[in-house]
Design a protein around this ligand. Structure first.
Ligand code: ARG
Length: 310
């Protein structure tokens, strides 16, 4: 079985990037923010990764992932995240938890605490306990849920932009979850209702780059969500459904490197103009289950600091 250390690195950098100085990176606000902030991710290895049930439009039991390719892509991703400067921890999956390779959904980490995911579909519910076990064993304290069986939360619906949390709802997370998160995490939460079922988690249509810039596909959301995001993001890169279908919004930023499953040409030029380095780390086997790089990398520093209360 391959190990993370045996993986190759596919760093894909446009050659003209190096010729740009930080000062003329092409944006009025200059280079990406906080390049040295810590970035820790938790990944789950694909020991039991498979597509045996169908809970999103991407999954088909007729199109199962290839085991060897899954390991190769996963090892490459670990290597690429580390090469970009992230600290990567990983844990093995369990038999039967075929979607556990997407640990982002098991909860929302806020400093040394976390809110456990509450999955919409029975097929994924056992992942929440297994992911929570890892977090509890590694020093994170659990924030309890109220006793309400109608509240659902999948971590892929929760994205941070500056001091604000965006919370997608509709296909997976329930609308009322946003109020609960805002209260227990002391944050303003903007809700974004999702209307296109192909993008059932918010992290497939909204990708924050820093606290001014984000890539997003507004056609995935209702009008209220579109207006809310427009008001929030000073420097957007708006993408169409065709571009979003490549999973380019399901990416992560480490310092000034953007690690992506695929990068459409227009997105690449905007990122390079903004001073980012693009690292494409293909995860095609995982896309068969409807998940990309953000889904595969639970951000342990999503809410590293609390917003000071007025
Ligand atoms: N097959 C998984 C599901 O349907 C994919 C999870 C994708 N996760 C994400 N954060 N977008 O739940």
């Amino acid at each position: 079985m391959p190990t993370p250390e045996s993986s190759c690195k596919r760093i894909d950098v446009r050659s003209d990037k190096k010729e740009q100085s930080m000062a003329d990176a092409g944006s009025p606000s200059g280079s990406p923010r906080s390049p040295r902030s810590p970035k820790r991710f938790l990944l789950c290895s694909p020991d039991h990764f498979d597509v045996t049930f169908e809970i999103n439009p991407w999954m088909s039991a007729e199109r199962r992932p290839d085991r060897r390719k899954s390991w190769q892509e996963w090892n490459d991703l670990v290597a690429n995240l580390r090469a970009a400067g992230a600290e990567v921890q990983h844990f093995p999956s369990l038999p039967g938890l075929s979607d556990m390779v997407f640990p982002t959904d098991v909860g929302v980490v806020a400093g040394d605490r976390f809110v456990r995911g509450r999955f919409r579909h029975a097929e994924r519910r056992d992942e929440a306990a297994y992911g929570a076990k890892w977090l509890l064993e590694h020093g994170f304290a659990e924030i309890p849920w109220p006793d309400d069986p109608d509240l659902f939360l999948e971590g892929g619906d929760v994205v941070r932009f500056g001091d604000v949390l965006l919370c997608g709802n509709g296909p997976r997370t329930s609308p009322a979850t946003a109020t609960y998160l805002s209260r227990v995490l002391d944050r303003p939460v903007v809700t974004v209702p999702i209307v296109d079922p192909r993008f059932y988690h918010l992290d497939m249509s909204f990708f924050p780059l820093d606290d001014r810039r984000a890539i997003y596909a507004p056609d995935v959301w209702d009008l209220e969500g579109q207006r809310a995001v427009e008001r929030l993001v000073p420097e957007p890169l708006v993408i169409g459904i065709d571009e979003a279908l490549s999973f380019c919004a399901n990416s992560v930023v480490v310092g000034d490197t953007v690690v992506m499953p695929f990068c459409p040409p227009r997105v690449r030029s905007a990122l390079v103009d903004w001073g980012f380095t693009v690292c494409v780390s293909p995860v095609d086997e995982f896309l068969k289950a409807g998940g990309g790089i953000r889904c595969m990398s639970l951000d342990l520093d999503l809410l590293a600091t609390r917003v000071p209360q007025p």
